[in-house]
Design a protein around this ligand. Structure first.
Ligand SMILES: NC(=O)c1ccc[n+]([C@@H]2O[C@H](COP(=O)([O-])OP(=O)(O)OC[C@H]3O[C@@H](n4cnc5c(N)ncnc54)[C@H](O)[C@@H]3O)[C@@H](O)[C@H]2O)c1
Length: 325
């Protein structure tokens, strides 16, 4: 059984602990906060608790480290773990800039270790369904993708809406389209905390001519977690706020009758909703990591995907900073 050490027992770490507690041997739990260590000690009585990350790295029997600490700490902790010969699952984003993300990828490659960023939505069965529809050509030629991630939600003061919310949609958009944008811009504003944008609009153009847009905000009346893909044959919507109809396929599109000399008309047909398995995305993500550690699957792919997300986030951030207020 794979032996896991988890660092970070704040908001998200306990979800990872629950899953790895079921799927692997949870050998170490680490947090700087003694109260959190005390809180979780009864639940994981077989694990060792520490506030010192080095205890995990110095354990020769530990296979892998799972990092669920704040984003700014990811690069340093992941780098140290890879250098100590451990496989690494690091929460998103794996680093705060592309140079550091590249360094992690090359360290993982040089040490023949798995580096997997926790891009949760890639394991969402609905995203897998949308990807399968695109890859099978069901939508025809894909023209554009746009996402909405809005809420009157958790107002962050340390990370802007682009890095906190956009990282999710960006990972999905790059995965669905399987290419990296050549043109990126972001506009937004910091209304509440100086320098921390609460509302961000992003535009991406890809080499194939496809375009994408993301609306990211924690100052919004609507709670939206939605992604729309427009193809010339069909259009599909993934709505994560829906309990049952998470994916809706619209047989709608443009068409050109032969007798009308270049005039476009529209076509509307059935609207359907495929059954989406109710598997917990985080459980699938943890399983995928354990598979990679066991030598099943392409370990470089996950690391490269994480790097691409950081690269585009960095470009969007540069454009956001450069944009006139
Ligand atoms: N995939 C998702 O949907 C999702 C959701 C929420 C958060 N996250 C990610 O999870 C990560 C953690 O977020 P959170 O909201 O749980 O943060 P948090 O602040 O609630 O918890 C972080 C914990 O890490 C501990 N910590 C920090 N540095 C440490 C160190 N060097 N050694 C040991 N412990 C240390 C802190 O004491 C704290 O308890 C972030 O990267 C965030 O982006 C992912």
């Amino acid at each position: 059984m794979t032996k896991i050490g988890l660092v970070g027992l704040g908001y998200w770490g306990p979800n990872l602990a629950r899953n790895f507690g079921d799927l692997a041997e949870l050998r170490w739990l680490c947090d700087l906060d003694p109260e959190l260590r005390e809180l979780f000690a009864p639940r994981y009585s077989n694990a060792r608790f520490t506030g010192d990350f080095d205890d995990l790295l110095n354990d020769p029997d530990l296979d892998a480290v799972v990092i669920a600490t704040p984003a700014v700490t990811h690069y340093e902790l992941a780098k140290r773990a890879l250098d100590a010969g451990k496989h690494v699952l690091v929460e998103k984003p794996p680093a705060m800039n592309a140079v550091e993300a590249e360094d992690l990828v090359s360290t993982a490659e040089a040490n023949a270790r798995v580096l997997m960023p926790g891009h949760l939505l890639l394991y969402h069965p609905a995203v897998r369904t949308v990807k399968a529809l695109i890859d099978a050509g069901e939508l025809g030629e894909v023209f554009c993708v746009y996402s909405n991630r809005q809420n009157l939600g958790k107002i962050r003061t340390d990370e802007n809406a682009l890095w906190s919310l956009g990282v999710h949609d960006l990972s999905v958009i790059l995965h669905l389209l399987d290419e990296e944008p050549t043109e990126t811009w972001a506009h937004g504003s910091a209304f509440l905390t100086p320098g921390v944008e609460d509302v961000v609009f992003c535009y991406l153009r890809f080499p194939s001519g496809k375009i994408a847009h993301m609306h990211l905000s924690w100052l919004d009346p609507h709670k939206m977690r939605k992604l729309t893909v427009v193809g010339n044959e069909k259009m599909v919507v993934f709505d994560d706020m829906e309990l049952e109809r998470k994916v809706t396929i619209y047989e709608k599109g443009p068409w050109q009758p032969t007798h009308t000399y270049g005039e476009w008309q529209t076509r509307t047909g059935d609207i359907s909703s495929p059954k989406i398995p109710s598997d917990e995305p985080l459980r699938l993500e943890c399983r995928h990591f354990l598979d990679l550690v066991a030598g099943k699957g392409d370990p470089l792919r996950a690391a490269q995907d994480g790097l691409a997300v950081v690269r585009v986030l960095e470009q969007l951030q540069a454009s956001l900073v450069a944009a006139p207020a």
